[in-house]
Design a protein around this ligand. Structure first.
Ligand code: GLU
Length: 415
């Protein structure tokens, strides 16, 4: 079993145990409701026929239609998608949006193909899983390896086959603003991470301006979180991505790092810092560590080397259960993924309502609602952890699972 799924199952089983869930309810909530694997065979611009496995998982839809991104990586598996869909169920429940949990996957390396070829694969994916997507069923969004442009192609593929300009309702979020997307969606996950960190610093009486931060991953989440936290005065002393790492104890100019990265495609080689091995990044001396790359990055092998006081999980399932135990034992405060990175799906919900109601929201409204929701939910999780003597992950899982159980129970048990 892949480790993301193992982590998700472990987190659920321990919540079920703490909450003393009845066996029939436990089994219903354990899910998944649906998981499918579909083969697509698009002909790419070079004339070759690609054989691509794609996956859709709907873990639970008791609260509302399944919501969650499309992961496009060369090694994504149906197990990963099942685990990540489950994670979305807890995330949407915890952040309080009327969605369930879903996820989809495209097993292909997006970095190995042209924009043209990617569009063909995305359109082929959309047609291949069309009957699993819909405003009342599963609404995809960007995730690792997919972007705003891909969401535009999904929407166009669906409206084109209907012969209409727009889709009838919101079929996908994270679209470009000009095609019914919402302002601020792209930055929402990274900003949400920083709002959670700010709330944690406030609880600890820690001045964000005097903190040192390390970020693993410089994609949509890591790069925005780094820029936003630097804007609040923190020093970003280390950043790593797939190709390398850079460190500077005096803090880095994140705009310049961004510029370097958009030219070279990696943080490695940035002139404003010293080169380090990407695996050394966790051991850097800092106050706050933001893992914002892949899953299962903090493991029992490296958890002891982490020197941060706060770990803010920008990625999904970045910490294995064994590593989580080590961090807890060492008193490292972990802001769990289902809370920390929920800003993205929260703003996806705003996009969904905006499109459904044919309304328009301003950036100021979106940012205010995001900041308020992150702060409010952080406060509730923090308070519940304190009251019940739990880690924030366990408190967040208790709250999230309770919400889903309440919906499952309210629906009733008859067909
Ligand atoms: N892929 C993001 C996540 O893991 C966003 C999902 C969404 O907006 O539906 O939370």
């Amino acid at each position: 079993m892949d480790s993301i799924l193992r982590t998700s199952l472990h987190n659920f089983e321990s919540a079920a145990e703490r909450l003393g869930l009845d066996e029939s309810v436990r089994r219903r909530v354990l899910g998944p409701k649906e998981k499918v694997e579909v083969a697509i065979n698009p002909v790419l611009p070079n004339g070759e026929t690609a054989n691509v496995k794609v996956f859709v998982g709907r873990h639970n839809d008791a609260i509302g239609p399944a919501k969650g991104g499309i992961r496009m990586t060369p090694d994504v598996t149906l197990d990963d998608i099942t685990g990540l869909a489950m994670e979305m169920t807890w995330k949407t429940s915890l952040i309080g949006v009327p969605f369930g949990g879903g996820k989809s996957g495209i097993r292909f390396d997006p970095a190995s193909i042209s924009a043209d070829a990617k569009e063909i694969i995305i359109r082929s994916f959309t047609r291949g899983v069309r009957r699993h997507i819909g405003p009342e069923l599963y609404i995809p969004a960007p995730d690792m390896g997919t972007t705003e442009a891909d969401m535009a192609h999904i929407r166009d593929c669906i409206s084109y086959s209907e012969g209409t300009s727009i889709t009838n309702g919101c079929f996908v979020t994270g679209k470009p603003v000009v095609l019914g997307g919402i302002v601020g969606r792209r930055e929402a996950t990274g900003k949400g991470v920083v709002y959670a960190v700010l709330a944690m610093c406030e609880k600890l009486g820690l001045d964000i301006g005097s903190t040192r931060v390390v970020v693993q991953g410089f994609g949509n989440v890591g790069s925005v979180a780094a820029a936003e936290i630097a804007r609040h005065g923190a020093k970003v002393v280390g950043v790593a991505d797939l190709s390398g790492g850079v460190a500077n104890a005096d803090g880095m100019d994140i705009d310049a790092l961004h510029e370097h990265c958009s030219q070279s495609g990696t943080v490695a080689g940035f002139a404003g810092a010293t080169e380090i091995d990407k695996d050394e990044v966790f051991g850097l001396d800092c106050d706050i560590l933001i893992p914002a790359a892949a899953g299962s990055q903090i493991t029992e092998e490296n958890a002891d080397s982490i020197r941060a006081k706060i770990v803010a999980e920008g990625a999904n399932a970045p910490t294995t259960p064994q590593a989580d135990e080590i961090l807890n034992r060492r008193g490292v405060l972990v802001i769990p993924d289902i809370l920390c990175n929920a800003g993205g799906v929260f703003v996806s919900y705003l996009e969904y309502t905006q499109e459904t109601q044919r309304e328009q929201m301003t950036l100021a409204e979106v940012e205010q609602r995001l900041a308020d929701r992150m702060r409010q939910r952080f406060g509730e999780v923090h308070e519940s952890a304190r009251r019940e003597g739990l880690s924030m992950r366990d408190a967040a899982m208790n709250m999230a699972v309770r919400g889903v159980v309440e919906a499952v129970t309210a629906r009733g048990f008859r067909p």
